[in-house]
Design a binder for this molecule. Structure first.
Ligand code: HEM
Length: 369
């Protein structure tokens, strides 16, 4: 019997509030953990609040984008809110770095007191970055050793944390939620993915990184989800030089918006474009998302495309594969797949307008949990 959903039984329910609580082991063997360094609830809540404010502001209609001289007046107060959000983020990341630096200093003192003996403790991404910390950033040419040749100052570390915070959280969470939602709406495809997981992995263990390449249908499912629901639906670029395209003169500094969402549903490029059909990616020469098939660019294309694509895909693969392998999923309260809301909300990313609620029950042998 699957657990039923009630207001105070949230442990049995998957919702996908943005979370930075994922920890995983990358192929290089490094652990990735929250850049807040604080799995403490307060830190997470503050971080989520800041991200949500940025998300709202990035998706807001800003009249100054269309009538630039209104930018100075800021009639909607968007600029003022952006400045405030940026200050909160700066302060938040400064605190994270300071906490980690303090911890590092304490550890070094403890190590010295124990005559160089080190306690093997879990480190996170900020600790790993601090291993390269030096007030004078730059690349030393004398040394070939990575640890000694790369130096990062506090601003460099802060910039990297911001990239990971923005890129590595909402886009990934949105993709995971949409894969789960589309599969709940398409029970045949859900069955297909789960059968593949059972055949490749077996019911006596969890999914591991080495399994990913054999999970062809799961990969197609993730691609099909990114086609229909690109987490970043609108890309904003600016021309660097005057140029001419198809006889049109495009002056330098023209803003160019690329509608990835519409491109992924273009009937000229896709058969039956609004239908979720992962098997379309099984055919030979199906487009890939590396940026050279312009009908499918969930990670952008060219020099400004997503630098975190591999990490993002790894996080989505890992989360979705384990959610689907470890649990059988049902919609709550006898809800029918066709009744599910499939609208998205535009912001920094495009998550589902209505949070996904689904009910899991264990699928693997008991000893695995
Ligand atoms: C499913 C996950 C992800 C998707 C779909 C995604 C998608 C994108 C897209 C569409 C862009 C804009 C490209 C353009 O403007 O042409 C972008 C930029 C970026 N992404 Fe990702 N991303 C994901 C995960 C990540 C992760 C995990 C990180 C970092 C850890 C990351 C870091 C960045 C950064 C720093 C940029 C800005 C690059 C620049 O401006 O040059 N992304 N991403």
């Amino acid at each position: 019997m699957p657990p039923t959903v009630t207001e105070n039984q949230t442990d049995d329910v998957i919702t996908d509030e943005p979370t930075i609580e994922y920890r995983s082991k990358t192929s290089s063997g490094h652990r990735l953990s929250p850049p807040t360094g604080a799995s403490a609830k307060g830190g997470c809540e503050e971080f989520i609040g800041i991200l949500q404010e940025f998300s709202k502001l990035f998706g807001a209609f800003n009249i100054a984008d269309f009538i630039p001289h209104l930018g100075r007046i800021d009639p909607q107060g968007i600029q003022a809110r952006l400045v405030k959000a940026r200050q909160s983020l700066d302060k938040f990341i400064d605190n994270v770095i300071d906490d980690h630096m303090e911890k590092k200093k304490r550890k070094e003192e403890e190590k010295a007191a124990k005559n160089g003996e080190d306690d093997q403790e879990d480190t996170d991404m900020v600790d790993d970055l601090l291993a390269f910390y030096s007030e004078e950033a730059g690349l030393s040419k004398e040394s070939d050793d990575l640890q000694n040749s790369i130096k990062l100052n506090k601003d460099n570390i802060k910039a990297i944390i911001m990239d990971v915070m923005f890129g590595g959280t909402e886009a990934v969470a949105s993709a995971i939620e949409w894969v789960m939602a589309e599969l709940m709406r398409s029970p045949e495809d859900l069955k297909h993915v789960q059968k593949e997981l059972k055949d490749v992995v077996g019911l006596d263990r969890r999914v591991e990184e080495d399994d990913f390449d054999k999970l062809t249908f799961l990969r197609c499912t993730i691609k099909e989800t990114l086609r229909l629901h690109p987490p970043i639906p609108l890309l904003l670029h600016e021309t660097a030089e005057d140029s001419e395209i198809s006889g049109y003169f495009i002056p330098k500094k023209t803003r160019v918006m690329i509608n990835v969402w519409a491109i992924g549903r273009d009937p000229a490029a896709w058969d039956d474009p609004d239908t979720f059909r992962p098997s379309r990616f099984l055919r030979e020469k199906a487009p890939d998302f590396k940026g050279s098939n312009f009908e499918f660019i969930p990670f952008g294309s060219g020099r400004r495309s997503c630098p975190g694509m591999q990490l993002g895909l790894y996080a989505v693969d890992y989360a979705v594969a384990n959610l689907l392998h470890c649990f059988t999923w049902e919609l709550p309260d006898g809800m029918k797949p066709a009744d599910m809301d499939t609208n998205d909300v535009f912001g920094l990313t495009a998550p589902r307008a209505t949070r996904l609620v689904a009910v899991p029950s264990p699928r693997l042998l008991r000893a695995v949990y």
